[in-house]
Design a protein. Structure first.
Length: 227
């Protein structure tokens, strides 16, 4: 029941994007996808909750940007915060011990920028599917060797809304809010991964830094030779 309610709330938020009718955003997306895409690169960082504990994730995201309205991206991100849980180690002499959780993901995403008027930008990510693995690391007994458990599969769905304010072309303030739905985890990974996701802080616009460093591209001579 709670799961369905969360989905309905997110769908309602998507339908109420300010200033846009269904026809408008469909026309905008259709037009944008006909334009030549540009490559984008972002550093990503956000906070969340794992088994009741606040944690931080970070990573990178690259992809194609169509008309500064539609983005398709692929990213890598992982857990940066130490999360310690008690696990059962089976064997000739089974025992309980503390272990550190490790999580890493490959994320596929689609983003729609519904407001883009400098210095403000607001967007909605209706689709982000994260495919990853999780495991525990612990000190085995009695030999005191750092050991890892078997890697367990994890599938997450993470829609979100995002906004940013540019202080300069290359740096600004960014914020995001969303929810992480656990689609699948192996039963050996006991952590509760369903949780809100959020972020706020300084944001470095790597795309703008690239344009400032290479205003004519990395190989400007190639363009001249093709004329």
């Amino acid at each position: 029941m709670k799961y369905n309610l969360r989905i309905h709330v997110l769908l309602l938020a998507a339908c109420l994007l300010p200033g846009l009718s269904q026809a408008q955003w469909k026309d905008t997306i259709a037009y944008s996808l006909k334009q030549k895409p540009k490559i984008f690169f972002n550093l990503t960082a956000f906070n969340s909750v794992v088994s009741g504990e606040f944690v931080a994730f970070s990573g990178i995201r690259v992809g194609l940007n169509y008309n500064k309205r539609v983005k398709f991206g692929v990213g890598l991100y992982g857990l940066n915060t130490q999360v310690v849980s008690s696990i059962r180690v089976e064997g000739d002499s089974a025992y309980d011990t503390n272990a550190e959780l490790k999580l890493g993901f490959l994320a596929l995403s689609a983003e729609y920028i519904f407001f883009n008027r400098y210095p403000w930008q607001f967007s909605f990510v209706p689709f982000q599917l994260s495919l990853g693995e999780g495991h525990y690391e612990y000190i085995s007994q009695p030999d005191k060797i750092r050991t890892s458990t078997k890697k367990q599969s994890v599938i997450l769905y993470e829609p979100a809304v995002m906004g940013q304010f540019s202080i300069f072309r290359w740096i600004g303030l960014g914020a995001s809010a969303g929810y992480r739905f656990r689609i699948y985890t192996d039963k050996e990974l006991k952590e509760d991964l369903s949780s809100p996701t959020f972020s706020f802080g300084l944001r470095l616009f790597v795309d703008e830094l690239y344009k400032m460093a290479f205003p004519h591209g990395i190989c400007p001579g190639d363009k001249k030779s093709n004329k």
